[in-house]
Ligand binder design. Structure first.
Ligand code: B12
Length: 253
């Protein structure tokens, strides 16, 4: 059976407001492209998503992968300690700039494995090994892990550097909920600046209840493409629906 994988872009919540722009974390997008066909994949981007602990408590992913920069390490460390407790059977993996240069420190934070450098081949090997039922850490390229039988306590498997980087699939932008990121949270009073609801409405539940009306949240976004198809049929005629191309599409794809 395919394993449940949750990839998390870590962000110290105090830094959230610094980044007013909505970017896709490129490292996670590349990893997603490498593994999405082999697992049941979800992405959690702390720049925009809330409720990580609740999500993990509910879903208990088989693998939780954290992408960590040094500026976010201290808050990532605290988070990992909590997650260890709420989902003890999840395999916790860390990668990214900080994990690569500080593998031992990152392992001490409570991760099972650290992937150093490029993660596509290593993460795919880990997912496929777990799908097959057994992870033999010694066989996974480019990872570090504690091993009590090892002198010094830690193993650092040599990395395989893919020479033909064109063989990596293009980043899987489709795994990010871009439309929902642009639209913002349902309640405009909670929506971030830079989102449609955050920038153009200040409405909230108290005001709407007082006036006995619906909340003015300006725009609707369907949860899934199946839901979108159903809702388009309910509210729109075929001539109301426009196809469009974003300016960057020809540059990126
Ligand atoms: C482009 C870039 C940016 C872009 C990001 C664009 C985007 N959409 O992602 C922007 C301008 C937004 C940016 C911002 C910042 N950046 Co910057 N950035 C870079 C740069 C030049 C390339 C990163 C990149 O995209 N690489 C390509 C992708 C595919 O690789 P990757 O992200 O490293 O991911 C791979 C591996 O690391 C690994 N991996 C990553 N995460 C995980 C997780 C798991 C589970 C696994 C298994 C593997 C894994 O697998 C991935 C695929 O191979 C690097 C320098 C460099 N040459 O790496 C600096 C770099 C990453 N940035 C850095 C910093 C400090 C920042 C900021 C904190 C700056 C600031 N003060 O605000 C912010 C943080 C933004 C944030 N949201 O957290 C530092 C990080 C240093 C550190 N020790 O942590 C770097 C290394 C530059 C440097 N030498 O100082 N950055």
């Amino acid at each position: 059976m395919k394993k449940k994988v949750l990839l998390v872009k870590c962000l110290n919540s105090e830094r959230r407001d610094i980044y007013a722009f909505r970017q896709v974390p490129l490292g996670i997008a590349y990893l997603a492209a490498a593994i999405k066909d082999f697992c049941d994949l979800e992405i959690f981007d702390m720049l925009v998503d809330d409720g990580l602990f609740e999500k993990i408590r509910r879903d208990h992913p088989d693998i939780i992968g954290f992408s960590i920069f040094s500026v976010d390490f201290i808050s990532a460390e605290k988070m990992i300690r909590v997650i260890r407790k709420i989902s003890p059977r999840s395999l916790i993996i860390a990668g990214g700039a900080h994990a690569t240069v500080e593998a031992i420190e990152t392992l001490r934070a409570g991760d099972d494995l650290v992937v150093r450098g490029e993660g596509e081949l290593a993460l795919r090997a880990i997912v496929n090994a777990l799908n097959g039922g057994q992870l033999e850490k010694g066989k996974i390229p480019g990872i570090s892990y504690f091993d009590p039988n090892q002198v010094g306590g830690a193993c650092h498997n040599p990395a395989i550097c893919e020479e033909d980087i064109d063989s990596f699939p293009m980043p899987a932008i489709d795994v990010f909920d871009m439309v929902r990121k642009i639209v913002g949270k349902t309640l405009p009073s909670d929506a971030e600046m830079g989102t449609i609801r955050g920038d153009f409405s200040v409405d909230d539940a108290t005001a709407a209840n007082h006036d006995k009306r619906a909340i003015h949240n300006l725009v609707h976004a369907s949860e899934t493409s199946e839901e979108a198809e159903k809702e388009l049929g309910l509210w729109f005629a075929i001539e109301d629906v426009y196809d469009y191309k974003r300016v960057e599409e020809d540059l990126m794809f």
